[in-house]
Design a protein around this ligand. Structure first.
Ligand code: PLP
Length: 379
């Protein structure tokens, strides 16, 4: 069932009585903070991703902040990230007093261009944080190779990438650690929530302590060994996550099938480039993001689609263009040409399991109309 609003919404989480009943059971148990449901949710995600540890957190943003802290990122350090991402990626770096160093993307995949990573590294670099754009993993082999050579940890911003794979391995298991989001726009949701995955036992010990106030449990009370956070996920949220994990395979299959259908419908639309999935990758299709020809006014297309009752949005943000980062770092667009282009020309189309073939046909039909109605770019 697609709720009230535009005829075709951008994303609708797949929820039913399972989630409601799971929450009810937690409320009846009286144990509401991080507890047995969070532990169960962690073990489900760890086994899906294939890591030995998973830590439920209150969001992907807090998960990134916590992990960067646990990796030793401090004031004045630098973290290498792609320029094209939801700004939470860079905010987590800034919140530690560190400096995000923006790298351009490969316009084909929307992911950080590995060929540009090494030049972005300085003696102040403390970590490399690739993003798996829209659920397509970054090209991790060359990034890991550079990091190994320089002795740097690699943190995957896997916010969109649950179920994505890279040469047969799941996103979140491809580097030092990974962070997923369970915001309602992502593959599964807990309302707000996130998960850190890692195989690194020493990092896991630091994450565990820092997630809960920097506290270690003693026999009678706790010892506070660090100035930690409260970034826990409540059992209320975790119970929703467990129910959602039961739907993960259905969600994955539906997104694959619908993305393939949408791709073949778009093959006839010359001015629109469908998402590219290189060999050896499985895209999670958290977002189905197309690239419009440069002479199309993408913002007008969003408006024309809205008038036709179909919700679309930009792909994501070129962070150096955002007022805060522009003001602080004033990076020229010419230094990041592909991210700048993607910021202007990428368009997210609706894609989620509840859509039918007829909805996809309608989306493409309306898109062709919207492009025609939007006219050519004036500047
Ligand atoms: C959604 C998203 C985030 C933030 O996730 P929250 O759980 O909302 O904090 C971070 N990075 C990327 C790439 C995202 O898409």
């Amino acid at each position: 069932m697609v709720p009230e609003g535009p005829r075709v919404r951008l994303n609708v989480p797949l929820l039913d009585r399972d989630e409601a009943e799971a929450v009810e059971r937690v409320l009846e148990s009286g144990f509401l903070t991080q507890g047995p449901r969070a532990a169960e949710f962690e073990s489900l995600v760890a086994s899906q991703v294939g890591t030995s540890h998973a830590f439920a957190v209150s969001s992907a943003t807090t998960g990134l902040h916590l992990t960067l802290d646990a990796l030793g990122v401090r004031a004045g350090d630098e973290v290498v990230i792609p320029d094209f991402s939801f700004p939470a990626t860079a905010n987590a770096v800034v919140q530690l007093g560190a400096v995000p160093v923006f790298v351009d993307i490969d316009i084909e995949t929307f992911n950080m261009d590995p060929a540009l990573v090494e030049a972005a590294v300085t003696e102040r670099t403390k970590a490399i944080m690739p993003v798996h754009a829209f659920g397509l993993t970054a090209d991790m082999e060359p990034i890991n190779a550079i990091a190994d050579r320089l002795g740097l940890p690699v943190l995957e911003d896997a916010a969109c990438a649950l179920t994505a794979t890279y040469h047969g391995r799941q996103a979140g298991s491809l580097a030092t650690a990974g962070v997923f989001s369970f915001h309602p726009r992502k593959i599964i949701t807990t309302g707000e929530g996130g998960m850190i995955t890692t195989n690194d036992g020493a990092l896991a010990d630091r994450l565990r302590v820092l997630r809960t106030h920097g506290a270690v449990r003693g026999e009678l009370y706790m010892d506070f060994i660090d100035a930690g956070y409260n970034y826990r996920l409540s059992d209320v949220h975790a119970a929703i996550g467990i129910a959602q994990m039961g739907k993960l395979h259905t969600i994955f299959e539906a997104r694959q099938r619908l993305a393939a259908e949408l791709g073949s419908l778009l093959a006839d639309v010359a001015s629109v480039r469908a998402p590219i999935v290189p060999d050896g990758y499985t895209h999670s299709f958290q977002s189905y993001v197309v690239l419009l020809d440069d002479d199309i006014d993408r913002d007008r297309v969003i408006v024309e689609m809205k008038r036709r009752d179909i919700e679309t949005t930009l792909g994501t943000y070129s962070m150096h263009l955002q007022p805060y980062f522009r003001g602080r770092f004033s990076i020229d667009d010419e230094a990041l040409p592909h991210a700048t282009r993607a910021h202007r020309q990428a368009l997210t189309l609706p894609l989620y399991p509840q859509l039918r073939t007829a909805d996809l046909e309608l989306i493409v039909e309306r898109l062709v109309e919207a492009i025609a109605a939007s006219g050519a770019r004036s500047s």
